[in-house]
Design a protein around this ligand. Sequence first.
Ligand SMILES: O=P(O)(O)OC[C@H]1O[C@H](O[C@H]2O[C@H](CO)[C@@H](O)[C@H](O)[C@H]2O)[C@H](O)[C@@H](O)[C@@H]1O
Length: 283
Amino acid sequence: MTDTPHGSLPVPKTAAGRDGLDAILARPGKAVVAVDFDGTLAPIVADPDKARAHPGAVPALAALAPRVASVAVITGRPAGVAVRYGGFAGVPGLDHLVVLGHYGAERWDAATGEVRAAPEHPGVAAVRAELPGVLERAGAWPGTWIEEKGRAVAVHTRRADDPQGAFDALSGPLAELATRHGLVLEPGRMVLEIRPPGMDKGKALTDHVRTTGAAAVLYAGDDLGDLPAYAAVEKLRADGTPGLLVCSGSTEVTELATRADLTVPGPAGVVDLLAALAGALHE
Ligand SMILES: O=P(O)(O)OC[C@H]1O[C@H](O[C@H]2O[C@H](CO)[C@@H](O)[C@H](O)[C@H]2O)[C@H](O)[C@@H](O)[C@@H]1O
């Protein structure tokens, strides 16, 4: 990061992004800061159970949260899992943190410690029962495994001998399985998730911006599941609410970097950015 009029805050490469950042700095009490979890706050690791927030993430979020209208984590993880792996509960400064899990189908509030959730979709149980057979018929790629997520199931290929080959070969059969049970396929970083339709990170973010009455928004993500949130920020901007799109950069997914106002080097870069923003708002 280079020094700018706002300390170590980087300058977004687009005019829309610079407007978004300026709006957040001008009226932080009307700004929502929303961030994805895996790949954005937490470095990508081979075993999803071992993913943890970057050590600087909680301190940066806790420094920022009291200075803005709301900080939210919007994730494909179950909300409770993200809270645990993030270490978000009981942190001074994060007393009003919101975690929107399962792409917005679940909401955890730090203020109550409770999770509110949409009803479960019956198709998930049917998919769960059929999934081993579908994987077997698709070639039983060694190293591929199923993550049980409660309201969804995910097939991970990162630990397969050929992660991209397994991902490509399984995409079609899993999309067909999802459709047959009224569900949708959510592709991500070496993961194919089958989950209920009707909610995505874009709707989750737009609802949160509306309910908080925010006048500016920052969204940071790294994966394909974050694209609806990007689209939501673009729509908010078109409708007059400034916003800043941040990409947690990787070589694995490049779709976000082309649309982002600012690309930072992975979770460490996101943490630096959040800390710099908190510092600028403290000045
Ligand atoms: O919306 P997110 O917070 O980004 O969650 C998306 C998925 O993240 C997890 O999988 C990803 O991270 C794993 C741990 O680093 C990695 O092994 C895997 O390859 C990635 O796809 C999680 O396991 C999924 O349930 C989330 O939906």
